[in-house]
Design a binder for this molecule. Sequence first.
Ligand SMILES: [Zn+2]
Length: 386
Amino acid sequence: MEQTITEHKRLIGAFDNSPTSPTLIVIGGVHGNEPAGVQALETVVAKLEKDVNALDGNFFAIVGNLQALREGKRYLSRDLNRIWTGDKTRIVENGLEDAEYVDPEMREHYELYDCLKNIIDTHTGPFYFIDLHTVSSESAPFVIINDMLINRELATKLPVPIILGIEEYVDGSLLSRVNKLGYVGIGFESGRHDDPASVSRHEAFVWLMLKHTGCLSRDFPLDVDRQNEILRSEFEQGFFELKHRHKIAEEESFHMNPGYVNFQEVTKGEQLARNEKGDVIAPRSGRIFMPLYQSSGEDGFFIIRKVPRFALQLSSTLRKINFEAMLTLLPGVRRDPEKHYQLIVDLRIAKFLALDLFHLLGYRQRTRMENYLLFTRREFDVRAKK
Ligand SMILES: [Zn+2]
């Protein structure tokens, strides 16, 4: 079958109304094999262009990985959603001329960084970043966020399940960078890569975000109920937490057993996949999350579990009253003298302390050394950067 090659531009649309109004920045196609987000953005932009009074705030629709999108591949040399780490960002900040080696994704990273920086430098905020994705298995739509209260607040406006805790497993995502800078940033996964409904859900999501961030004009006739209906699935809403990740090793030949649907219940001991060593089994019960049904990707699957409502409430209250300051009163817990957002936990003394307590207070486990665990929290959690 002949394929039509569509040429895309980095900036699908730019609606720049006022430097002091809310600014929504939506990125699609950070993974080149996920064109649904880009298609949805093109449709929304085309509709907005017909109505000069549609927006009160600012809206930028941006393509993530242009070169990979052109080839329909997740990435060409490396995953663009894993390279937003401090050292790589320093390279792009200094300009690519000084870089020793420039691969396709370094170039994408550089251009995207430049584009985002330009927007941030010329507006006062508040800024809202959205990253649109699709998955390789059948799936209900969901939002995925780093667990910061500012992200939770925006995410709960959508009628979809919300997945917390990705930052403990995945480094260098675009949204982690955005969050680190102190801005709200949430990811939306609309469904299977090639499902036409994934495009409609992305569209509905962008419309609702324009509305909820105050970017859309009050007079714009948006049927919010209808958009919510498009996003609603049979799968229950609420917050879920990542509890286990099967990271695919360098030489592992990983094959997911066929037929798993995102959020499907699995029981401890169930055979989920196969690799060269034999069966890969579920180490705990819960729901399977993002089972891998494509050749590239480094996560085989995750297991998630529902976060009880009282835990969410409690964590929100404790963070607002800065309860975490009390953690260092516990035996075996001290603050890193150089990094105030980091706690050093001596496991010989504090082994009774549950991981969940740190999660409640917004800390995530970063590193494990022989006798110590390092927990870090984000500088901006309760309030976004001003
Ligand atoms: Zn993706």
